[in-house]
Design a protein around this ligand. Structure first.
Ligand code: 1VU
Ligand code: GLV
Ligand code: MG
Length: 324
C-alpha cells in the first residue's frame, strides 16, 4: 500500500440510476415504485428552457410529498454556465427538505466548478441547519472535464461518484456518432491481409478509453464510477453488452433512462451466486494458506494470493449489502 490512504466516499448501492425529467410529474410515482437504487430528478437537459422554473417547483414538491422508500435521491442541477443553476441549488436545498441525498453536477470542466457549487451548498446547508451533508455526483461529459478528471475527482469532500455522460461527451469531442452510448460500425478492426485467408471485421468499443480513464480517477479518490445513458431503450441486448463492458472495467452501475433498463442494471451489477460461492471459497483457501504460512496457493488449478482476498471480500460485501 502507498502511505497515502484513499478515503472511501459514503458507501451506497448504485447499480441502477433512473433519470426522471423534473417536468414530467406523471413519472414520479412510477419511479418511486421501481426497484432502482438511485433516482435523479432532472432540472437539466431533459427539461426544456420554458419549463425550467416549473420543473424545479415540481421537484421540491415531490421531495417533500412522495414516499421514495429507501432509494437514494439526487437532483441534477443545471450547468454552471446557465442562469438557472444558483436558484436550483438555493431553492431545492432551502425548500426540498431532508430527503435529498445528493446533487448531480453536469458538464463539470474543472475542479473550480465543484468548488463553486460546494461553496453555495455549504452556505445554504448552514443557513437552513441541514442535518445531513449533501453529496456530489459529477458528470464527466466534456473534453475539458476528461482532461481535468483527476483534479475534479479530488475537488471536494462531498464528492461521491463520477458518471460517464456519453451523449455530451460525444458532442464535446466531436465523435462521429449520433447514437447515445452504443458502439459504431466504423470503429472496428479489419484483420490484416494474410495470404488468401478470409478477413474478419470486429467492432471495437469506442468508449473504452473514456470509461477507463474515469474509473481510474474515481477509484484513486475513493469514488464510485458509474456508466451513463444508453439511449436505445428497445435494445436490451445492446444495453447488456455496454453495461457488462463498463462493469468489467470497474463501474458500479449504469443509468437507466427508461424503467425497462432498471432490472437489467440491477442484475448486471450484482454479483451472481456463482461469483459469491467462488469468492467464499477463495477466502477459505486463503485462510488455510495463511495458517500454513503461505502467501500464494492454487485453487482449481489457478493462482490465488493475498490480492485475491481483497477482491473476494469486496464481492462478498457487495452481495451482503444487496441482500439487505
Ligand atoms: O405504463 P405507464 O403509462 O404507467 O408508464 C410509462 C411511462 O410513463 C413510464 N416511464 C418512466 N417512469 C419513470 N421514469 C422514467 N424515466 C420513465 N420513462 C417512462 O414507463 C412506462 C412506459 O414508458 P414508455 O415506453 O411509454 O415511454 P415514453 O414514451 O413515455 O417515454 C420515453 C422517454 C425516453 C421519453 C422517457 O423514458 C424519458 O423521458 N426518459 C428519461 C429521459 C431523461 O431523463 N433524459 C436525461 C438523462 S439522459 C441524458 O442526459 C443524455 C442523453
Ligand atoms: C448525460 O448527461 C449525457 O450527456 O450522456
Ligand atoms: Mg449530458
Amino acid at each position: 500500500m502507498s502511505f497515502t490512504l484513499v478515503e472511501q466516499a459514503t458507501p451506497r448501492l448504485n447499480r441502477s440510476e433512473l433519470a426522471v425529467p423534473g417536468s414530467r410529474t406523471e413519472l414520479f410515482e412510477k419511479a418511486a415504485q421501481s426497484d432502482v437504487d438511485v433516482i435523479f430528478l432532472d432540472c437539466e437537459d431533459a427539461v426544456a428552457p420554458d419549463e425550467k422554473e416549473q420543473a424545479r417547483k415540481n421537484i421540491i414538491e415531490a421531495l417533500n410529498d412522495i414516499d421514495w422508500g429507501k432509494k437514494t435521491m439526487s437532483v441534477r442541477i443545471n450547468g454552471l454556465d446557465t442562469h438557472y443553476m444558483y436558484r436550483d441549488v438555493v431553492d431545492i436545498l432551502e425548500q426540498g427538505g431532508e430527503r435529498l441525498d445528493m446533487i448531480m453536477i453536469p458538464k463539470v470542466g474543472t475542479a473550480a466548478d465543484v468548488y463553486a457549487v460546494d461553496m453555495l451548498v455549504t452556505q445554504v446547508e448552514a443557513a437552513v441547519k441541514r442535518k445531513k451533508a449533501i453529496g456530489f455526483e459529477l458528470i464527466i461529459e466534456t473534453a475539458l472535464g476528461m482532461a481535468n478528471v483527476d483534479e475534479i475527482a479530488g475537488a471536494s469532500k462531498r464528492n461521491e461518484s463520477l458518471h460517464f455522460g456519453v451523449a455530451d461527451y460525444a458532442a464535446s469531442t466531436k465523435a462521429r456518432t449520433t447514437v447515445i452510448g452504443g458502439p459504431h460500425p466504423d470503429y472496428g478492426v479489419l484483420t490484416d491481409r494474410d495470404g488468401d485467408a478470409p478477413r474478419d471485421y470486429h467492432w471495437g468499443d469506442m468508449w473504452h478509453y473514456a470509461i477507463s480513464r474515469m474509473v481510474v480517477a474515481a477509484r484513486a479518490n475513493g469514488l464510485r464510477p458509474v456508466d451513463g445513458p444508453f439511449g436505445d431503450f428497445s435494445d436490451p441486448d445492446g444495453y447488456r453488452a455496454q453495461a457488462n463492458r463498463a462493469g468489467v472495467l470497474g463501474c458500479e452501475g449504469k443509468w437507466a433512462i427508461h424503467p425497462s433498463q432498471v432490472a437489467l442494471a440491477n442484475e448486471l451489477f450484482s454479483p451472481s451466486d456463482a461469483d459469491v460461492t467462488k469468492a467464499k471459497r477463495i477466502l477459505e483457501a486463503m485462510e488455510q494458506a495463511q495458517k500454513e504460512g503461505k502467501g500464494a496457493v492454487s485453487l482449481d488449478g489457478r493462482l490465488i494470493d493475498i490480492a485475491s482476498i481483497k477482491q473476494a471480500e469486496n464481492l462478498v460485501a457487495k452481495a451482503a449489502v444487496i441482500a439487505g
